[in-house]
Design a protein around this ligand. Structure first.
Ligand code: ARG
Length: 549
């Protein structure tokens, strides 16, 4: 019985992730009710709209966010020298690439929406899948959103006070971050369409920014021209490895910061079910996107080194503004600060969209309280039809809907409770954390599950050698990934014990919660053939507990 699959099937009911407009919630998705499909086969024929190019823009747009404009300080400070920092970037990029390639194999073998939750449930049992969702809802999604908001806040504050100003009071930028977060949450509560249109434009901006930084760097290196008046790093004479720290834990922290900038490589796996030809296109997307991103990041970093003094890079989260101000003065600083905060805003918006769907589905499936699986002000999803067809709307509302919402859904037809939960958790992380610590915290939690999932790939090869795999990586790929991420995770214990402990605590608490949720969902139930936890809810009332199966 594929009882685990319906969770995944409900995840991210998007029909088009790139065309500027997500499918309305509750719309029939291709993968719903996939319980009888089984591995490799299935009923995914409808709504398979994503092509190679869609996938490429989706993943590149997701990966390039705040990281390349903010991580360099933490990478540099912990690597100790420009040469070592570049090595960290290369290692992080390749690690992300091997991970993405492994995920591509899993995505082809198990072509369902939902990503790790599905793979883990299939390979290690439902508890593993539950724990992933649990940690994703509580840590990964709000954690990453918090990092992006914080960077957005810092860059926005820089647009007002300029690049050169001394350190800013963190609470000022945190307040700005919170305002941005609330705004994004509000937009997502009003309409599913509002923000997504914007993202394509923002992606273009990001590329322009990165390309601009790179070109300027090359020009500086070639001509030796100094924008700042100070001596630049002379790339022919300078010893690139001077000052390298020979400390594995510092290296791990640097790596986490680099990995943050590459993070998001797993995201095409969440919408695998919507690719026209996942077996062919998913690996093609990965093997174009990753080298592209790696190359552009390395070039951007080299450009930072050429234009900025090392200790300036080491001590700022907003390296791009400083870059802009050194090259073009205050106007350049302003422009770069605006571009990067817009880029973060877009990333935050996309992240909020997907996170709320994850929370929503977790609620619907009974993984977390049912409240979070509701739409709008408590309407059941199944009433979608009647709600949207019979509700009478004023002229004004109709106009508004035309502008901001899907024609057939209407305003506020969004997973508001899920959005609220996500926003609350994110705000909490923004308040207690700061960029450096959050990045490691997120990295430890994220790489725990990346590691287990890729390990699952190896297990699956052994357990089901004959499973149809349209794409197969070399077996070395997952092995390399597992070894390096294991190293990373083991170092985290020494480098950042507190964050590591916190992650472990979250996972451990998830185990009793799993059994509790199973009890809650199962106590009044007759188990149906298909479905996750919540499918079992119908049947006997809870007080007839003795009739439980
Ligand atoms: N790499 C992105 C950045 O630099 C972060 C991606 C966050 N991860 C995610 N799954 N949304 O900002």
């Amino acid at each position: 019985v594929n009882s685990t699959f319906s969770f995944a099937a409900n995840l991210f009911p998007l029909s088009s992730t790139t065309g500027g407009g997500y499918a309305p919630l509750g719309a029939p998705t291709a993968t719903r009710g996939h319980g009888n499909g089984g591995l490799g086969g299935g009923s995914l024929e409808k709504h398979k709209t994503l092509t190679y190019l869609n996938g490429l823009s989706l993943i590149v747009g997701l990966i390039i966010g705040s990281g390349i404009f903010s991580s360099p300080s933490q990478v540099n400070a912990n690597a100790g020298s420009p040469g070592a920092a570049i090595i960290v970037w290369v290692v992080a990029g390749i690690l992300a690439w091997t991970g993405a390639a492994s995920y591509a194999e899993l995505g082809g073998a198990i072509p369902l929406n939902g990503g790790p939750q599905v793979y883990l449930s299939k390979i290690f049992g439902e508890l593993a899948g539950f724990l992933f969702t649990w940690v994703a809802v509580l840590v990964l999604k709000p954690g990453s959103a918090a990092i992006i908001s914080i960077i957005m806040g810092e860059y926005l504050v820089r647009t007002f006070i300029g690049a050169e100003a001394e350190t800013i009071n963190p609470w000022i930028s945190k307040s700005v971050a919170l305002v941005g977060l609330f705004l994004v949450t509000f937009l997502n509560s009003v309409s599913t369409k509002l923000g997504t249109r914007m993202n394509d434009m923002l992606m273009f901006l990001k590329f322009v920014a990165l390309l601009g930084v790179t070109i300027i760097g090359i020009v500086v290196a070639a001509t030796g021209f100094s924008f700042s008046g100070a001596a630049n790093l002379d790339w022919k004479k300078h010893d690139w490895f001077e000052g390298t720290k020979m400390d594995a834990s510092a290296f791990a922290v640097a790596l986490y910061a680099g990995l943050w900038a590459f993070d998001g490589w797993d995201n095409t796996n969440y919408v695998v079910g919507e690719f026209r030809n996942p077996g062919r296109d998913l690996p093609r997307v990965i093997h174009t996107a990753m080298p592209l991103v790696i190359l552009s990041y390395i070039l951007a970093n080299v450009a930072y080194f050429f234009v900025l003094p090392l200790d300036t890079i080491n001590s700022t989260n907003t390296v791009a503004v400083i870059f802009g101000s050194k090259v073009f003065g205050p106007v350049g600083a302003l422009i770069l600060a605006l571009i990067v905060s817009a880029s973060c805003f877009g990333a935050l918006n996309a992240s909020t969209f997907t996170s709320s769907r994850l929370v929503y589905v977790a609620g619907k499936e009974g993984y977390i309280p049912e409240l979070f699986g509701r739409i709008g002000s408590g309407t059941a999803v199944d009433q979608h039809e009647s709600l949207t067809t019979t509700r009478t709307r004023s002229w004004f509302t109709k106009k508004l809907i035309r502008i901001v919402a899907d024609e057939d859904t209407g305003l506020f037809y969004t997973p508001i409770p899920a959005l609220m939960l996500n926003c609350t958790l994110t705000a909490a992380y923004v308040c207690v954390g700061e960029f450096g610590t959050l990045v490691t915290f997120y990295g430890v939690a994220g790489y725990t599950f990346y590691f287990v999932t890729v390990l699952g790939l190896i297990v699956l090869r052994v357990k089901e050698p004959n499973l149809e795999r349209p794409y197969k990586t070399w077996i070395t790929t997952p092995i390399i990934f597992c070894c390096v991420s294991l190293f990373l995770l083991s170092r985290a214990v020494f480098a950042q014990p507190l964050q590591t402990l916190l992650v472990v605590a979250f996972v451990v608490v998830g185990v009793p919660v799993y059994y509790w949720r199973r009890y809650v969902n199962g106590r009044s139930a007759v188990k149906r053939e298909v479905g996750g936890m919540r499918e079992v809810r119908e049947g006997r009332p809870w007080w007839k507990f003795w009739q439980r199966r």
